[in-house]
Design a protein around this ligand. Structure first.
Ligand SMILES: [Zn+2]
Ligand SMILES: [Zn+2]
Length: 354
């Protein structure tokens, strides 16, 4: 249940069942339990939304990477660090040639990585739902690369792991969707991160400050707690983790897939939520050691041995992680330990059961 506190004229901010209702920010009406904001830019949300849903359902017909519409899947929209790979500074270095960044320049190279983000394409009888985890600084570039390629039209919800720029820096770019594809986008975010958004994206939270007619993203904020919540009939269980000392980030479990993109430590109470995990997507920043805010590969592998998922795909890799070389090393772990672990890459599509 996507529990909505339906107060007329109140709320691009809504709370999920478990949560407090926050201060009103924007006009809103509710139609059949579905919150629809009045259009600020004069287009008919109903006609466009219907059109968007239809296009979303049929979009896979004319694109390259297709799975049957009834098959749910995840698509890695981005798998790299905040500054992106290749690093500009590596390409301009007059002395040292960075092997990974040099390869990453080549079109289609798997070392080319943008900010970590994942799209869940959830298939249900009424059609496919596109649920995005994080929209960071490079979201526009990721979407440009992968949305047309996979035939992705709508963004039916965005779930936020934490409020660093590589997770929320693309919220402004969602305007293209809310102006041209669909009336609005629900955002699911923890209260502490919503408080950050009030500063970083104050004009998206309190739309009364914008000039009438200005076409900024129309976002509806839903505050989540560290307990399960529902998005378009799909249950998400937050996986609270540490992302640096005293800083909380959320991973999410949906079905038997667990996604943890930014983590330096896993609290004991989170491990039971990872039981019987089939696909684990886990942070692995660098090959040699962990940093203060991210797992390195050795620690990430330790966690895989402890969590025992059927399959693991690492994400959030920096420029020291050479896709082919690291994957070659990881392949050996299958032979020696039976560990199914590999690096993911931007554009990787994995069918999942939901
Ligand atoms: Zn480099
Ligand atoms: Zn972060």
């Amino acid at each position: 249940m996507v529990a909505l506190s339906m107060v007329p004229f109140l709320g691009t901010v809504r709370s999920t069942t478990s949560l407090t209702s926050l201060a009103p920010y924007n006009r809103q009406i509710s139609i059949q339990n579905s919150p629809i904001s009045f259009p600020r830019n004069g287009f008919s949300p109903f006609r466009r939304f219907l059109q968007a849903c239809l296009q979303s359902s049929f979009a896979s017909v004319d694109t390259g990477a297709k799975l049957p519409a009834e098959q749910s899947e995840i698509i890695f929209v981005g798998t790299g660090t905040s500054e992106g790979i290749p690093r500009v500074s590596c390409l301009t270095d007059p002395v040292k040639k960075c092997p990974v960044c040099t390869k990453a320049v080549e079109p289609g190279n798997k070392n080319r990585r943008l900010n970590t983000s994942m799209l869940i394409r959830y298939s249900k009888p009424s059609g496919r739902c596109n649920i995005l985890i994080d929209a960071g600084k490079f979201f526009y570039h990721s979407a440009l690369r992968w949305f047309p390629a996979f035939g992705i039209r709508t963004i039916d919800a965005v779930i936020i792991t934490h409020s660093h720029a590589d997770a929320i820096g693309g919220l402004d770019d969602l305007r293209d969707w809310t102006n041209n594809v669909q009336p609005n986008i629900p955002i699911y975010v923890a209260k502490r991160d919503f408080e950050v958004m009030k500063k970083t994206h104050y004009y998206l939270v309190d739309t009364s400050v914008i000039t009438p007619g200005a076409a900024v993203s129309d976002l509806q904020f839903n505050i989540i707690q560290e307990e399960p919540f529902i998005v378009h009939d799909l249950q998400f269980t937050p996986l609270p983790v540490w992302h640096g000392h005293g800083y909380r980030s959320l991973g999410f479990r949906f079905g038997n897939t667990c996604y943890i993109s930014d983590v330096s430590d896993i609290p004991e109470e989170t491990y039971p939520l990872l039981e019987n995990c089939e696909i684990l997507i886990l942070d692995a920043l660098r090959p040699d050691r962990s940093s203060s805010t991210h797992f390195g590969l050795p620690r990430a592998l330790e966690e895989v041995r402890k969590i025992k998922p059927k399959r693991t795909l690492f994400t959030g890799m920096m420029h020291r992680m050479d896709h082919e070389k690291v994957n070659e090393y990881l392949k050996n772990l299958m032979k020696t330990e039976g560990l199914d672990v590999q690096l993911s890459y931007d554009g990787l599509q994995v069918p999942i059961a939901l």
